[in-house]
Design a protein. Sequence first.
Length: 328
Amino acid sequence: KASLLEVDGLSIDYGLKGISSRAIDGVSFALRAGEAVGLVGESGSGKTTTAMAIAGLLSPNARVSSGEVRYRGNRLPIDDDAAMRPHRWTETSVVFQGAMNALNPVHRIVKQIAEPCMLKLGMSRGEATGRARELLELVGIPADRGAAYPHELSGGMRQRVMIAMALACRPSIVIGDEPTTALDVITQAQILKLLGELRSQLNLALILITHDLSVVAECCDRVMIMYAGRIVEDGAVSEIFAKPKHPYTRLLIDAIPNPANGKKMIRPIPGDPPNLLTRPSGCVFHPRCPSAIGICATEVPSLEKCGQGRVACHLHRSSQQDRVSVHA
Ligand code: SF4
C-alpha cells in the first residue's frame, strides 16, 4: 500500500545570530493512511521540527538543507510558507498544547470552529456554523455549548475544541503536539481515547509528539524515538515496550513511573540532554550511553532495519552481521 507521507533524508538547520545549528539530521520515515505514530524524545530531539516541517509550520529562521517531504507522492514546498498554504490545515493539521493560549478569548467557540470552514472550504457562515456544531458533537461537546467562551470551559473541553478545529477542514493527517501535557491524568486519558476513536472513525493518520512514552502506549501503533535530531529507533509499540533495542529507548522505558513496583517518580536519564551546538562525535548518545563500546565515540551508527523495525546502534549492527554470517 502506498504511503500517504514520506519524509526522505530531511535535514533542517536553524540560524540564530549568525550561528547555524542542525535541528534534524537525515530523518527518513513513511506514514500510511490511518496509521498512528508516536514521535518521542526530550526537548532538542527534533521531534517538533520534524512535525512542523510536515505541517508547513516551520519558523522563518529554519532552513531545509537536504531531503524532502512527499505527500501523496508529490513533493511539498515545506520551506515556502505561501506555497504551503493550500496544504496547511486542509491536508495536515495540528492540535497544540495549552488550548487557552491558542483560542481567542473574546469569541464564542462555535465561531472559532466555523472560521476555518469559511476561510479554507469556502462555506457560507450558515453552513460553517452547522459544520462547527457537528464537529462539537463529534468531539463529545453538546452543540449548544458552542455559545460558550473559552474561559467558561474546563481544560479538557478546551482541548476538545482544539481537536474540533484541527478536524474542521477534513485533513488526512493530524499532528498532536503534546496535546495532553497540561491536563490531569484522567482528562489526559479521555483526550487520548477521543483521538484514538476519531482516528478510526475518520481514517486519520495521527502523529503524536510527546516526551512521555506512556502516552504513546495509549493510542499509537508505532513509535519513533528521536535523539539529537535523529531517529534512533522505530518499531511497533508492543515490540518496543517488550524488547527495546536502542539503549536510549531502554532508559526511556525504565524512566516510566510504575506504581505496581513502587516506582512513583519519573527517573531522569543520567547526563545532559544533547546540545545541538556541541554535538558529540560518533554516536551522539555515547556520552550518556551505559552500553557504549570503542567505536561509538568515532563512528555514527546509521539507522538500519532490525527485525520488523529500525535501530541506529553499533551493538545491533554487529549482532545482525553475526547472524548474517552464521546463515551465509
Ligand atoms: Fe550506545 Fe554505542 Fe549504541 Fe550509541 S551506538 S547507543 S553509544 S551502544
